[in-house]
Design a protein around this ligand. Sequence first.
Ligand code: ADP
Ligand code: MG
Length: 458
Amino acid sequence: MDFWQSCLKRLESEFSPQLFKTWIAPLRAELLAENTVCIFAPNSFKLQWVKNQYITHLQAAFDEFFKCPITIDFALSSRENAASSDNKKQEPHAEDKESVRNNLNRLDSKPAAVSKNNGVAGLNPKLDFENFVAGKANQLARAAAIQVADNPGKSYNPLFLYGGVGLGKTHLIHAIGNKILQKNPKAHIRYIHAERYVSDVVKAYQRKAFDAFKHYYHSLDLLLIDDIQFFSEKSRTQEEFFYAFEALVGTGSQIIITSDTYPKELIGIEERLKSRFSSGLTVAIEPPELEMRVAILVRKSAQEGIELPENAAFFIAKNVRSNVRELEGALQKVFVYARFHQQAIDVDMIKLALKDLLSVRNAQTSVENIQKTVADFYKIKTSDMYSKRRKSSIALPRQIAMYLTKELTQKSLPEIGELFGGRDHTTVLYATRKINASRQKDQGLNHELHVLEQMLKA
Ligand code: ADP
Ligand code: MG
């Protein structure tokens, strides 16, 4: 099997079938020199998108396959190749226009190089503290990360970061790794995604190479392990990780873990691990608030040398609310649209560029959808959203749905009351205040609300 086929196999397991089919399967790759791989994309839109969104996945796949750090270059496939795999209907703006191509070629002339040392550590040097925008939503996590980067092994061990997708967990732990590496280039650092750790355990098992595996992991100075929820139900991995954990913490090495949920909520993870996870510092990253979303947009535009007017930034930030990754995706769409149509960026243009995204969002956050999603989540009937039943197992989800309706739609309190079985607006007000107050105190509820918000905004 050639290297790209083998990497594709691995990548396929990391994405949903839909994402894989849309973005990864149409790519081709060629080994240019000993350690340079060129990725060919069928059009400039896909090229830019893959480069922005999936480079870390590609990097990890190549590093693993070649067992050495690989430099990735990007290029457009030739026209003939593009014709077969390109889906023009999906990307109406990605037709072959010379100006777009030139612009993109200029942008892409700088290869996404990863330095030797970083390749070995698995770190992406571009993810650092300097380009991590601070805000209320991530200030605790960021402060903890900085403190750990300044005193590895001595402040919080482990540091456990949790939060929904696209909120910056991976970025932040790479930033810690990069900072520690910068101060101590000899430090033994490893960034690894939990899924990859699982597959490494399996390989060590098959090759009867556990001694080498243990030796490697137990002698690190810093272990960054991402998305630990993937250890769920993997008992052999959990056992290995438990030993690694004890060995590392015992010798003062730093461990940093990320997860989509806080330790106690992890499903399919041994108790002894969960209690170890909570034995250091556990901090959440919250979805970014409006001001932070604007700041991120402005920063990312400046990085690309593109001027984004303030009202345009506000418009995007108001409409794309769930996470930073989605925000970046929307911004890229706007850039591609502006470049293609040779147009300055303003609100009217953004409405066109993000048409699909905006209409999906509106459809998904309809009140019926909120009611149904919340009812399904708490396993009650959707009709109980309008019923008079007051049992708390029903009243609480109903209050949550009212709260989410207020938060996610433009509906007024009386309108919401009407849609929830003709209730008075004071009932809605009470519900939104109550849930708002409870989520500040109750971590479990706060997490459930995050999950619901992600589902509704996805
Ligand atoms: P997670 O690991 O939580 O799913 P990532 O760390 O992969 O999220 O972040 C998604 C994208 O958003 C990345 O491109 C990352 O660089 C960017 N990002 C997230 N948070 C910030 C931030 N505070 N400032 C700048 N970029 C951010
Ligand atoms: Mg991540």
